[in-house]
Ligand binder design. Structure first.
Ligand code: ATP
Length: 290
């Protein structure tokens, strides 16, 4: 089986500044680090590290070929990542001496994925494969419809949250994952609690409080988080999702996939960084967690 990921690819450019700039101010940064980011890329890396065959569908500009290469190095099939005439999506992240940050996001190439590209990629998919999307690319509805018609297991991570975006794909979903705040926002927009959604599998994550799994027609199941010394929670949700997808892809019962995802995400929050530090299956299995 393959996990097909219609997902964003970003360059996270992190600038170290003495303080966050105010309007009109010019400020010299004392350092710059560039990381592979974007929810899509993070999920592809997580699922690949968890042992799945992952094919990423996305786009980068000529300035982002390093990001495509990095994904390849992490074991992701990048043949369906197009090179387009638009700059690669990026985040300009200014961080001051106290760790306070300011972020400018540019969607760039993540929003010029063509229907032809999508159709061509998914023409190699077979019934039973997984298709995942997040809300950082265009073509989500087309992909969800196509995936549903083709008998793929259609999965959606509702982040960054937009009620209209989730509602548009909801009828096609087999699996929806959201964090606590996103679940509340969806309930405010639709009046539907996670247990009321007409989706076979729904997971709500609660950060250090763990996660809850709702299977249609069954009682919700709670999973507590592992107790760890969290230093950076960035990418915890993407790591969790990637590991759940890999578990589903490999035919694990959902409870087992969630337990493994919980371990991977707990390990992830003990590390600084995003895609580059997502733990692999061996580390996840061998980690000493409570
Ligand atoms: P993010 O946007 O920061 O990547 P998220 O908001 O999508 O994350 P969370 O609900 O914060 O997702 O976390 C996802 C999962 O990561 C949790 O269900 C849990 O398994 C794990 N996790 C997050 N924070 C912690 C923590 N402090 N300690 C242990 N596990 C954690």
């Amino acid at each position: 089986m393959t996990v097909w990921n219609l997902g964003s690819i970003n360059a996270d450019m992190v600038y170290a500044l003495p303080h966050l700039p105010s309007a009109g101010e010019t400020l010299a940064a004392s350092g710059l680090q560039r990381f592979l980011g974007g929810k899509g890329a993070n999920m592809s890396v997580a699922a690949a590290r968890a042992g799945s065959r992952v094919s990423h569908i996305g786009a980068v500009g000529s300035d982002g070929l390093w990001a495509r290469d990095r994904l390849t190095e992490y074991g992701v099939d990048t043949r369906h990542i197009a090179e387009v005439d638009v700059p690669t999506g990026h985040a300009i992240i200014a961080v001051d001496a106290q760790g306070e940050n300011l972020i400018v996001l540019f969607q760039g190439a993540n929003h010029v994925i063509s229907n032809d590209q999508l159709g061509q990629a998914l023409s190699s998919a077979v019934s039973g494969d997984l298709l995942v999307m997040q809300n950082e690319t265009n073509a989500q509805i087309e992909a969800a419809k196509l995936g549903c018609e083709m008998g793929l297991t259609v999965c959606y991570a509702a982040a960054p949250f937009q009620a209209e975006a989730v509602q548009a794909v909801l009828p096609y979903l087999d699996f929806l994952i959201l964090n606590e705040v996103e679940a509340e926002q969806l309930q405010d927009a639709t009046g539907l609690a996670p247990s009321d959604l007409q989706v076979e599998h729904v997971i709500v994550t609660f950060g250090s409080k763990g996660a809850r799994y709702y299977q249609r027609g069954h009682k919700p199941q709670a999973f507590r988080a592992h107790k760890v010394n969290a230093v950076d929670t960035t990418g915890a949700g993407d790591t969790f999702t990637g590991y759940v997808l890999a578990g589903m892809d490999r035919g694990m019962p959902m409870e087992q996939a969630i337990a493994q995802a919980n371990r991977a995400a707990a390990l992830m929050v003990t590390r600084h960084g995003t895609a580059d530090v997502i733990p692999d299956l061996k580390e996840v299995r061998e980690a000493q967690l409570d």
